[in-house]
Design a protein around this ligand. Structure first.
Ligand SMILES: [Zn+2]
Length: 410
C-alpha cells in the first residue's frame, strides 16, 4: 500500500532540510523523498497533509534498560520482583518509548533473557514497541557494577563462556562493564573493572560472531581498557581524559553520553528514595560528565544518543530529554538529531535499514508539530507528536488513530 506525506518540512538525517517536501511510502519502505516538484504522487494515493509539521527519522536510543522502570531503587525492585512482572512492565515501557517517537532501541542490560521474548513479540507485531536490539545480561566481574542485570564472570575463559551464553540466547550486541558504576553499591565509578585481557577475550568472541560491543565506563582507565580491547562504543564516558579521548577518536569509537542518567539521579532530593551512595556519586560526577561531553564534541568524537532510560527518575518515554540536554551543552539541534538517527544507526550497524529518510530505507519517522531545529525541546512534548511511523505504518499518535479509523470503515 502507498501513502504520501506532503507539504512537510523534512529533516532527512543526512544533514539536509527540505521545506515543503514530499515523502512517498510503499509497503514498509520509503520510495521517494524530495521537494514537492521532485516527487510524483499518483492520483488516489492516500495523503497526509504535513503543513506545519516536521518529519524526521524515527529516533534511536542506543542505551535503555526496558527491565527497569525509573523507580528510586531499581536494584531493590529487581531483587524483589517476579521476573514475569518485570517482563509485563517492560512491554508497557516499550509502548511508551514508541509513543515518544523512538522506533528503535538498544537494550544494554536486562535481568534475564526474557528481553529476547519481548524483542520477538515486537518484531512479530504482537506488542507495540520500538525495534529492539538487545544484549541480554551485561557481562561484569564478580561483585562488579550492574551485576543485578549482569552475568558475573572472571578470567578470559569464563568471560568467553558468558559471551557465548548471550549469543546463544539471541544477543544482537554484547555489553561489558569496564568500570564501577553509580547504582551498584560498593563499586567506584572511577575504578576499572574487568582486566584488558578479560575484555579482549570477550570482545574478540563478540566480533567473531559479527556482533557489536558496548562498554560501560565512567573512569578513563576503564575506557582505555575497553577501547584497546575493541569496543565500538563507550557508554557514559563520564571522566574522559585526553588520552582516552584521543583513543576514541583514533579508533572511531562512539561516545553514548547518557546525560539524562546522571542528571536525573543527581537532581534527586534527600527523601526521593534513591540510595544515598548513588546520589552522592552522581552529584560528584555531573560537572565532569558535562565537561567530558563538551570535550568529545570539540574533538570530533562520534556521539550517539542514549538515555539509560529505566534508571531512577529517567523514564521510558522521556527519551527526547537527552537531545535537549545535549543542545544545552553546545550541540546544534541538527547535530543532536543526527546523533539520535543516522549516527545511532551507524553505531548499531543498521545504517542500511534505518536512520535516514531515504528511498529504500524502512519507513520509520516522527511527525512533530513545529520545527525542532528552532526548539529541540518540542520533541519532548507528547501532544506535539502527530504521528510515529514504523516500517510504513503509523503506530502511534493522532495519525495512527485516523489510519485505524479509515481502515475499519473499509
Ligand atoms: Zn545503563
Amino acid at each position: 500500500m502507498s501513502m504520501a506525506i506532503r507539504n512537510v518540512r523534512i529533516i532527512d538525517g543526512l544533514g539536509q532540510t527540505i521545506e515543503r517536501g514530499t515523502l512517498l511510502v510503499n509497503g514498509d519502505r520509503f520510495v521517494a523523498v524530495g521537494g514537492e516538484r521532485d516527487v510524483r504522487v499518483r492520483r488516489g494515493t492516500p495523503t497526509v497533509d504535513g503543513r506545519g509539521l516536521t518529519a524526521l527519522p524515527g529516533l534511536i536510543d542506543c542505551h535503555v534498560h526496558l527491565c527497569l522502570g525509573g523507580d528510586a531503587d531499581v536494584v531493590g525492585t529487581i531483587r524483589d520482583e517476579e521476573p514475569a512482572l518485570t517482563l509485563l512492565k517492560a512491554s508497557r515501557f516499550a509502548r511508551l518509548t514508541l509513543t515518544a517517537g523512538v522506533t528503535t532501541v538498544r537494550d544494554v542490560g536486562a535481568r534475564d533473557h526474557q528481553i529476547f521474548a519481548l524483542k520477538q513479540a515486537q518484531s512479530a507485531g504482537l506488542v507495540p514497541g520500538p525495534r529492539i536490539l538487545a544484549a541480554g545480561l551485561a557481562i561484569c566481574m564478580t561483585g562488579g557494577h550492574a551485576r543485578f542485570i549482569g552475568r558475573e564472570a572472571d578470567g578470559p575463559e569464563e568471560i568467553l563462556r558468558a559471551v557465548r551464553e548471550q549469543l546463544a540466547a539471541g544477543a544482537d550486541v554484547i555489553k561489558f562493564i569496564a568500570s564501577g558504576g553509580v547504582l551498584t553499591p560498593g563499586t567506584s565509578p572511577d575504578r576499572p573493572q574487568l582486566t584488558q585481557d578479560e575484555l579482549a577475550a570477550g570482545m574478540d568472541e563478540a566480533r567473531r560472531a559479527g556482533r557489536r560491543v558496548a562498554a560501560h565506563a565512567h573512569g578513563a582507565e576503564g575506557m582505555k581498557n575497553a577501547i584497546r580491547a575493541g569496543a565500538h562504543s563507550i557508554e557514559h564516558a563520564t571522566l574522559l581524559d585526553d588520552e582516552a579521548g584521543e583513543l576514541m577518536r583514533a579508533h572511531g569509537v562512539f561516545m553514548v553520553p547518557t546525560l539524562s542518567a546522571l542528571a536525573t539521579t543527581a537532581a534527586c532530593g534527600p527523601t526521593c528514595g534513591v540510595p544515598e551512595s548513588a546520589v552522592t556519586k552522581a552529584r560528584s560526577m555531573k560537572a565532569r560528565h558535562e565537561a567530558s561531553f563538551k570535550q568529545a564534541l570539540r574533538s570530533g568524537i562520534p556521539i550517539a544518543m542514549g538515555t539509560d532510560a529505566g534508571t531512577p527518575f529517567n523514564y521510558h518515554g522521556d527519551n527526547a530529554q537527552e537531545l535537549t540536554r545535549m543542545v544545552a551543552l553546545g550541540m546544534s539541534q541538527m547535530e543532536a538529531i543526527l546523533s539520535a538517527t543516522a549516527s545511532a544507526a551507524e553505531l548499531l550497524g543498521i545504517r542500511e535499514l534505518v536512520g535516514t529518510l531515504e528511498p529504500g530505507k524502512l519507513a520509520d519517522l516522527v511527525l512533530v508539530d513545529g520545527n525542532p531545529l528552532k526548539r529541540i525541546e518540542i520533541l519532548q512534548d507528547r501532544s506535539r507528536i502527530a504521528g510515529v511511523m514504523q516500517a510504513g505504518r503509523f503506530v502511534s499518535g493522532p495519525l495512527a488513530d485516523s489510519q485505524q479509523a479509515a481502515g475499519s470503515k473499509q
